[in-house]
Ligand binder design. Structure first.
Ligand SMILES: [Zn+2]
Length: 205
């Protein structure tokens, strides 16, 4: 577990890019073999707007990443944040708790508020207006939404007090899981059900 966190502390940009491209490629291929819905569409033509919004999301997150790093370092040095005020716990529990709390604030809460506040809903609509939802829809986010989500994640890092290793582990997991969630894949029912206890599975999305 220690080496895993250590790896994510310094995860190379190349590895993060490979995760992004590798995930989309894998799910894209699976969509061809095991589609959940039979869309009659040109997959490449459909994907370009989504790739465009994925690119703006990447640029925004890349440009602001230093803020995440600075905040994560500050909370670690100052022993600040919920997770550091809890009683001492084993590393694996510390990592799981950190990832779950980050997901709650950075993804769930951000998404919830985007659905509740009319102005934010208009921004978030870009994500929900894809006529054919597939793996490329995952990061179809208006640039303003990318900023909103970043701000929530940043606030999450501060409030929860997670070190950068856990932040990067969470972001990498979230990246691949959201590609899977949106993917138009018919998984065997049992696997889908089992997955749905852990994350939002394609069938339950
Ligand atoms: Zn939504």
């Amino acid at each position: 577990m220690e080496s895993l966190i250590h790896y994510f502390e310094n995860i190379p940009t190349l590895h993060r890019s490979l995760l992004l491209v590798g995930g989309i490629t894998l799910f894209w291929l699976l969509e061809g073999v095991l589609p959940l819905f039979h869309f009659n569409y040109n997959k490449w033509k459909h994907s370009w707007p989504n790739f465009f919004f994925t690119l703006t999301t990447i640029i925004i997150n890349f440009a602001l990443a230093f803020l995440l790093l600075k905040t994560a370092d500050w909370v670690t040095v100052n022993n600040f944040g919920i997770i550091n005020w809890l009683p001492q716990m084993p590393l694996w529990l510390y990592v799981i708790t950190g990832v779950l709390l980050l997901d709650f604030i950075g993804a769930y809460l951000a998404h919830y508020i985007e659905h509740k506040i009319p102005v934010l809903w208009m921004v978030h609509l870009v994500h929900h207006t894809d006529h054919n939802v597939d793996t490329t829809t995952a990061n179809r986010h208006h640039p303003l939404e990318s900023i909103i989500r970043f701000v929530f994640t940043l606030a999450g890092v501060f409030i929860i007090g997670v070190p950068i290793g856990i932040v990067m582990l969470y972001q990498s997991m979230s990246l691949v899981f959201t590609q899977l969630t949106h993917a138009n894949i018919r998984l065997p029912k049992k696997i889908d059900k089992w997955l749905s206890y852990l994350l939002v599975s394609p069938r339950h999305a």
